[in-house]
Design a protein around this ligand. Structure first.
Ligand code: SF4
Length: 319
């Protein structure tokens, strides 16, 4: 079957259900996420679950320069808009992306103050709330639901793996069952939700990752993000990597995209794919960088999809 001129179930001709097209359809144009650091912490750092954090975590590797917790939410948003306007003049809509640490890990009053300050900014049309699955509860989700009734709101859960052995090994401090509970509570309130997975975590083979795709495709989520494992400086994993590099499988670009082809074929076509790979600042990277920007990685991947005549969900079988 050729895909020339073909539209897939997601309504356009790209071979996967891509995030920018989803927004174009929903809001009629480009939507930019503004990364925020609301000054929260995480239970895996403040001692309530653990102290060292996940072995791969160094939040500095993702935070852009405009995003500093010493600044108010509105100031971070204003600076973020200024930063992005220089690059993308056509962007009219912004989402406040509460990304750093666990953004539901606070009292409901503090969460209200931070989220609502973001929503009061004129150009902000909604929220993306990045968090751990073990830091939501019915009270927080009921409140987020009230926002989701009026704005575009998505909760982005760091699930990272479906395997408890892996979660233990990277000191995640929660189980896959915790993730399932959070996902079910969120789905039952009809709040949009995304899931983040890291591919190549220690102990997981390509076969393990493909087996995981069947589980992932059956989850009641809306958006999905995949990152390849990268070893980031100043993390516990960096120390482990330096003392035993053979214990880690770091994908090179071609190998990773070959795996991603297989993943795409199995992936639930209803999921909006936000990312297929991560892009850490090379100055933070200990493992070798691929040397390409994300848009270049994506272009290469889309050429591979075309050549192999693969599209998202080509071999997906429901439940
Ligand atoms: S990755 Fe998230 S959950 Fe893990 S230590 Fe870092 S902030 Fe906490």
């Amino acid at each position: 079957m050729t895909a020339e001129g073909r539209k897939y179930s997601w309504g356009h001709s790209r071979r996967f259900n891509s995030y920018p097209e989803f927004f174009k359809k929903k809001f009629g144009g480009r939507v930019q996420k503004l990364t925020l650091d609301a000054g929260f912490t995480c239970p895996n750092r403040d001692g309530s679950k653990g102290k060292g954090g996940c072995t791969f975590c160094n939040n500095n590797a993702f935070n852009p320069s405009y995003c500093q917790p010493s600044r108010s939410i509105s100031s971070q948003i204003a600076r973020g808009i200024e930063f992005h306007r220089k690059r993308y003049r056509r962007t009219q809509h912004y989402l406040a992306y509460f990304q750093a640490y666990s953004n539901t890990y606070e009292s409901i009053d503090v969460l209200k103050e931070r989220y609502e300050e973001a929503l009061q900014q004129d150009e902000v049309i909604g929220l993306v709330i990045g968090t751990r699955p073990d830091t939501v509860n019915p009270e927080i989700l009921d409140y987020i639901k009230t926002l989701a009734d009026d704005y575009y709101v998505v909760i982005e859960y760091g699930i990272e793996s479906c395997y408890n052995n892996t979660l233990k090994r990277v000191n995640r401090g929660h189980t896959f069952e915790d993730s399932l509970r959070a996902i079910d509570m969120t789905a039952s309130r009809e709040i949009r939700q995304g899931a983040h997975f890291i591919l190549g975590l220690p102990g997981e083979s390509a076969a393990d990752i493909m087996a995981e795709m069947k589980i992932i495709s059956g989850l009641p989520i809306n958006n999905i993000k995949f990152h390849q494992l990268q070893i980031v400086r100043n993390t516990i994993m960096a120390k482990q990597y330096l003392s035993d590099p053979e214990d880690f499988k770091i994908f090179d670009l071609d190998e990773y995209l070959e795996l991603m082809l297989q993943i795409m074929e199995q992936l639930n076509p209803d999921f909006v794919v936000e990312r297929i790979a991560g892009e850490s600042n090379p100055k933070y990277l200990l493992s070798k960088s691929w040397g390409l920007r994300y848009d270049q990685v994506l272009e290469k991947f889309e050429n591979m999809l075309e050549k192999a005549d693969i599209w998202q969900g080509k071999r997906y079988k429901q439940g």
